[in-house]
Design a binder for this molecule. Structure first.
Ligand code: ZN
Length: 324
C-alpha cells in the first residue's frame, strides 16, 4: 500500500499549487470505484438500461461509461469556474453537507431542507441545497415514470456522483475548516489539505487502478455486510460518515504543531475509506435498482429482511431477492 505514497504526494502537491480551495469529494478514482461496484451488483436488465441511458449522453465533459460519468458532476461544476461561474455557484453546495462538530445539525448544514419550487426539476433547483436533499430529489426523479428523458439522464449522473460524495466523511462534517480544506497536515513530510488526504491519498492507498480496487472490495464484502449496508437513506448515510469523521478523520489527528500523519492514522483511514466506498457502491446499486424498476412503472411491494423484492410489474408479477 505504502508504495503509492510518493506518486500521490507529487500529484497532491501540484493540486495544492494550483489552489482548488474547494471541497471536491473523492477524486475521480474514488467515484469510479463506487460506480464500478454498483455496476457489478445491478441486475442485468438494470445494467442494460443504465448503460443505454448513459450512452445517449451528448455531453462532452466525460466519456459515457459508468466510471467516467461518476465524476461528471464535478467536471460540470468546475467547467465555468474561471468564467461566468453560473454552473459553479449554482451547484457547488450540492456536493456536501458541512455539519459542524461543535454544533452538529444537518438542518443547518442543509439550509433548513427547502423543498424544490413547484414545477422545477432537481437539476435546475436552487443553489442552496445539500448533498442529502439532492440525492433524495434525484432518486425521486429516477423513480418517476413520467420524468423527461433529459432530466432522467441528469438524475442518473448526479446519483452516480452524489451517493459517492455523501460517503466521504469530510463532506458530511466540518470543524470550522470547510470539511478539512483549511486544515493542513503533513504526509511523508509534505503539506497536504486534510480533505485531500481523504479524497485522494487514502483512496490511492487501496491501489491506483479503480477497476482492480472495486473488484477487491467486492470480493471482501460478506453477504451479511451487504445486507446491513443496504438500508437507510442519504440522511442516515451522512450520519454514519459523520461518525467516521469524529472518530478518525478529526479524532485521530495529532494535536497542535506540525500535524504529521503516521501509519496508525493512515492505516485506519484506508480501512475507513475502503468501507465507505463499499457502502456507497452497495447503496448506489440499491437506489439505481429501485429507481429503475419504479421508473418503468413497477411497484415495490415488500421488503424481506433488507433485500428488496419487487412485484406487480407491467401487469405481471416479478419477485426477486437481491442477496439470497
Ligand atoms: Zn462532488
Amino acid at each position: 500500500m505504502r508504495r503509492f505514497w510518493l506518486h500521490r504526494l507529487v500529484i497532491v502537491s501540484v493540486l495544492l499549487c494550483v489552489g482548488t480551495g474547494q471541497a471536491r469529494a473523492w477524486g475521480q478514482e474514488g467515484h469510479a470505484i463506487v460506480a464500478l461496484i454498483a455496476h457489478q451488483l445491478l441486475e442485468p436488465r438494470v445494467v442494460k438500461g443504465v448503460d443505454a441511458l448513459l450512452a445517449s449522453d451528448a455531453d462532452e465533459l466525460t466519456a459515457h461509461d459508468i466510471a467516467s460519468e461518476s465524476y461528471w458532476a464535478d467536471k460540470y461544476r468546475d467547467s465555468d469556474r474561471g468564467g461566468s461561474k453560473r454552473r459553479y455557484l449554482g451547484t457547488r453546495q450540492w456536493h456536501f453537507a458541512a455539519r459542524e462538530l461543535s454544533a452538529p445539525s444537518y438542518d443547518a448544514a442543509c439550509f433548513g431542507h427547502p423543498a424544490l419550487p413547484a414545477g422545477v426539476v432537481a437539476s435546475e433547483g436552487p443553489a442552496q441545497a445539500c448533498v442529502i436533499d439532492k440525492i433524495e430529489q434525484f432518486a425521486a426523479e429516477l423513480a418517476a415514470p413520467r420524468i423527461g428523458a433529459e432530466e432522467r439522464l441528469l438524475a442518473l449522473k448526479y446519483l452516480l456522483h452524489l451517493i459517492g460524495d455523501v460517503h466521504q466523511p469530510l463532506h458530511v462534517s466540518s470543524r470550522h475548516d470547510a470539511g478539512g480544506n483549511a486544515t493542513l497536515v503533513l504526509v511523508g513530510g509534505v503539506k497536504v489539505r486534510l480533505h485531500e488526504v481523504w479524497d485522494v491519498n487514502l483512496v490511492e492507498g487501496l491501489g491506483v487502478d479503480a477497476d482492480g480496487v472495486a473488484k477487491a472490495l467486492l470480493k471482501g464484502m460478506t453477504v451479511e455486510e451487504r445486507r446491513a449496508w443496504e438500508t437507510g437513506d442519504a440522511a442516515s448515510w451522512a450520519l454514519e460518515g459523520f461518525e467516521v469523521a469524529v472518530r478518525d478523520a478529526y479524532g485521530l489527528l495529532p494535536i497542535g504543531g506540525q500535524r504529521g500523519l503516521g501509519p496508525v492514522y493512515l492505516d485506519r483511514g484506508e480501512e475507513d475509506v475502503g468501507r465507505q466506498l463499499s457502502r456507497a457502491g452497495v447503496r448506489l446499486a440499491m437506489v439505481l435498482g429501485r429507481g429503475w424498476w419504479e421508473g418503468e412503472g413497477c411497484e415495490l411491494r415488500r421488503r424481506i429482511h433488507t433485500g428488496w423484492r419487487l412485484s406487480a410489474c407491467g401487469g405481471g408479477c416479478m419477485v426477486f431477492p437481491l442477496w439470497e
